[in-house]
Design a protein around this ligand. Structure first.
Ligand code: CFM
Ligand code: HCA
Length: 540
């Protein structure tokens, strides 16, 4: 019972790292912080995982191909590499899409790969890549093809950019490559950056179509996992806000090409897409604000922020009407479920934004987050500083292409009016580009851990005996075998949507289903009652 406050977790940290060799212990300790929301404390983040430690992290290719470009339906995402890299990045994330018509381009049900073989590793794979591009073009006649590099591509030196340029010229469609080899960064994060730079360079700004609608926004960092984006689209549409493009849930590259014509960017997952927001601001004068649609009150707050930006009486009234109606539904379900789950303890170790955003939902239910961390976020995501990312080169991406952003040459497109509006609102105390991180929101003495390891996960469960652990598929069954239910905050365990008002209702019900049950008390590890089988192995 932590109702009187959480205990200082320093002894827990010390015990966790006591199993490590001293050099490793020293390094891991820097990634663990006893939180104090009142003070700024550094947390080690975005550094290489120590070899030998079982991490939750994925690779740079996963961040580029799977995460950022994966949900975009009208581009052929061709993976240059062994077949497994393409197969395992194919819709496992549960990103949904809804083409405008039955015949509209949608390649998401296909998995494209050059299926690299030993021969290509020895003699080079560029010829095979060209043939694959020609074949895809002939079969599907797409408007764009993206080529994604897997580890072997960088190791053998195939030039996906030169191949893409040649094929673009030969076929006359937009073809571009990504140097997103899995090993390029320390995690998925480098892949986000590479993807953002590539889309910005090759797609954004290709179509200066005239404005449509009075209030135009892009939603950045919303990937339509389990249908989240559909729920948000519903709200924007009713409010009369035109959602020009989403990066990249339920998206098209066609819409990316004119996404620079909006008035405002609303950034949901800051970690994966902040680069696009910053580049659009620098080149086109489009301001961005941080938003969060996880939780009923966060959704209401973000909708109000958007309406406030447009400063239009009719819009503000409409948004308030939607909030009042939807919040009544949310409140009714919450009132029924909250008493059953209040005071329960949660832990969450996921990605680069959900481990923070989902804390809002738990807070709404009166649950306490005792420990949390990201897999691959950067310090700003934890500490909540004002973010000015280096958009030219990032140390963690090493050989990333240099991308120099300058104010657009076309004066029509540089939005002086928006820049002036932003300045005016800033004077009123309105915060732009400000990102409130995870730590200022978490309770005193909660334990923040970056890139948590398998050993640390087991220890945390022993210490805190949480009622719920939130992570991904690799953690799920290990945690459940220790008698603690695990909710996947990546794929939502086949559920969702969890964003917006309807999403909050779905999530509350899911918490009731998972937490108000005795089944977990009945689970015991088999080795407690049966002796461990100690085998011997003979190698002939
Ligand atoms: Fe952003 Fe995401 Fe996440 Fe992410 Fe991911 Fe994901 Fe995630 Mo899995 S973009 S950082 S790289 S919110 S795929 S939709 S669930 S780790 S917390
Ligand atoms: C990724 C994708 C992932 C993995 C989820 C998990 C996702 O990082 O490559 O480990 O369960 O959301 O699908 O984050």
């Amino acid at each position: 019972d932590y109702s009187a406050g959480l205990p200082d977790p320093t002894p827990i940290i010390d015990e966790i790292i006591s199993k490590y060799p001293s050099k490793v212990a020293k390094k891991r300790k820097k990634a663990m912080v006893a939180n104090d929301p009142e003070i700024d404390q550094p947390v080690q983040a975005n550094v290489r995982t120590i070899p030998g430690i079982i991490t939750q992290r994925g690779c740079t290719y996963a961040g580029c191909k799977g995460v950022v470009l994966g949900p975009t339906r009208d581009i052929i995402n061709l993976v240059h590499g062994p077949i497994g890299c393409s197969f395992y990045a194919w819709l496992t994330r549960r990103n949904q899409t809804k083409p405008e018509t039955e015949t509209a381009e949608n390649y998401m049900m296909y998995s494209f790969s050059t299926d690299m073989q030993d021969e290509n590793i020895v003699f080079g794979g560029e010829v095979k890549l060209k043939e694959a591009i020609r074949e895809a073009y002939k079969l599907f006649n797409p408007k764009a093809i993206g080529v994604f590099s897997t580890c072997p591509v960088g190791l053998i030196g195939d030039d996906v950019h030169a191949v893409s340029r040649d094929m673009k010229e030969e076929l006359g469609i937009n073809i571009f490559g990504f140097s997103c080899e899995g090993y390029r960064g320390v995690s998925q994060s480098a892949g986000h950056h590479i993807a953002n730079n590539g889309i910005f360079k090759h797609v954004v700004g290709n179509n200066d179509r005239p404005r449509e609608g009075k209030f135009q926004i892009n939603l950045l960092g919303e990937y339509n996992i389990g249908g989240d984006a559909f729920e948000l689209e519903r709200l924007f549409e009713e409010a009369g806000i035109t959602l020009v493009s989403t990066y990249s849930g339920n998206s098209t590259v066609e819409s990316f090409a004119y996404s620079h014509t909006v008035d405002l960017n609303v950034v949901m997952c800051h970690r994966s897409i902040n680069y696009i927001a910053e580049m659009m601001e620098e080149k086109y004068g489009i301001p961005w604000i941080k938003g969060n649609f996880i939780g009923g009150s966060s959704t209401a707050k973000t909708l109000r922020k958007v309406a406030e930006f447009f400063d239009d009486a009719e819009l503000i009234e409409k948004v308030e009407e939607i909030i009042a109606r939807e919040e009544a539904k949310v409140e009714a379900v919450k009132a029924a479920i909250k008493p059953k789950v209040e005071g329960k303890l949660a832990m969450m170790f996921v990605g680069g934004s959900r481990a923070h955003h989902y804390q809002d939902l738990f807070e709404e239910l009166g649950m306490l987050t005792v420990s949390a961390g990201y897999e691959f976020a950067h310090r700003d995501d934890y500490e909540g500083r004002h973010v000015i990312p280096d958009i030219k080169i990032d140390a963690d991406t090493r050989n990333i292409e240099e991308l120099t952003i300058t104010k657009t040459d076309n004066p029509e497109l540089w939005r002086d009016d928006l820049v002036a509006k932003k300045a005016e609102l800033e004077k009123k105390g309105y915060e732009f580009s400000h990102y409130a991180g995870m730590m200022p929101q978490m309770k005193k003495n909660s334990l923040v851990i970056d890139d948590v390891s398998h050993h640390e996960t087991e220890k945390l469960i022993e210490f805190y005996k949480p009622d719920l652990f939130c992570a991904g598929i690799k953690e799920k069954y290990v945690v459940q075998k220790s008698g603690v239910p695990l909710k996947q905050l990546h794929s939502y365990d086949y559920g969702g949507p969890y964003a917006g008002f309807e999403g909050a209702i779905n999530f509350y019900k899911e918490m009731e289903r998972m937490l108000v049950t005795n089944v977990w008390n009945l689970v015991d590890t088999p080795w407690k009652s049966e002796p461990e089988i100690v085998g011997s192995m003979t190698i002939n």
